[in-house]
Design a protein around this ligand. Structure first.
Ligand SMILES: [Zn+2]
Length: 260
């Protein structure tokens, strides 16, 4: 590996360090997750100060360091300024960044995840409903991680479900579970037919088709809860940024309780 290298990168998170430095967590296509330090960035005369905001796609010239790589040049590839204008869209961008940060390995090629995040930020920036971007992303993230939710066959016995059959949504098992297999009760794990159809749509339809779907609010919420459960099981933890997202959404729509 050369000591200096150029890479595309998306800033996932950052924190201030020392007097004037900042540590960045980046995702790169060829090197996975990388921690880099931008020295002197918080000084007023810093050349690169304004360009290292989260959720922008950058091209960086980095020098390898022992603990952190060192940022020496930055140019902005896609600023995605609009996704930062709105708190719900910003909160969604943070949530997606946290999911990526929690799954991508350090210094390990991750082009699929990189392109997935990039596409999600593009469509969020273009104004697609943040909830639909998040569901589309969760479903494809599960694919990238090799844990695609089962929505056609029983996750326990692998039997193709009949269209009239009852089923339950059981993330711990990997998706839907048929009536013959043991599992949680319908009260605990019920999923409506509309909800199941929407999960299938997130697996199979392209973004344009998903953006155009006319859906009942209750179906979107049901699928949101279902996918949150699924992602929590797949990652074995709750995303911290969801608390912020729920709070800003609650404020954005007074009187509508944020889903759990
Ligand atoms: Zn079964």
């Amino acid at each position: 590996m050369p000591r200096r290298y150029t890479t595309d990168a998306i800033v996932l998170s950052r924190f201030d360090y020392g007097e004037a430095d900042r540590i960045l967590t980046l995702i790169t296509p060829g090197g996975g997750k990388i921690k880099a330090i931008a020295k002197g960035i918080r000084r007023q005369k810093s050349r690169i100060g304004g360009s290292l905001e989260p959720f922008a796609e950058l091209q960086l010239l980095l020098a390898r360091g022992r603990t952190f790589d060192i940022v020496s040049q930055v140019s902005i590839v896609s600023p995605w300024l609009r996704l930062r204008d709105d708190l719900v869209s910003f909160g969604t961008a943070s949530y997606l960044a946290e999911l990526v940060s929690g799954t991508v390995e350090e210094r390990h090629p991750s082009e699929g995840l990189y392109l997935l995040l990039k596409r999600a930020y593009e469509i969020l920036d273009a104004g697609m409903a943040p909830g639909r971007v998040a569901r589309w992303f969760e479903m494809h993230l599960a694919d990238e991680l090799g844990v695609r939710p089962e929505v056609d066959r029983c996750a326990e016995c692998d039997r193709m479900l009949e269209s009239t059959e009852r089923y339950r949504w059981w993330p711990a098992s990997g998706g839907i579970v048929c009536e013959r297999c043991p599992g949680p009760s319908h009260t605990l794990a019920g999923l409506s037919l509309e909800g199941l159809k929407l999960l299938k749509a997130y697996q199979r339809q392209d973004i344009e088709a998903l953006a155009a779907l006319r859906l009942a609010e209750s179906t979107e919420r049901e699928v949101e809860a279902a996918m949150r459960d699924f992602i929590r099981h797949a990652l074995e933890r709750e995303a911290r940024s969801l608390a912020f997202l729920d709070e800003v959404r609650h404020e954005a729509v007074p009187g509508v309780a944020a889903p759990r």
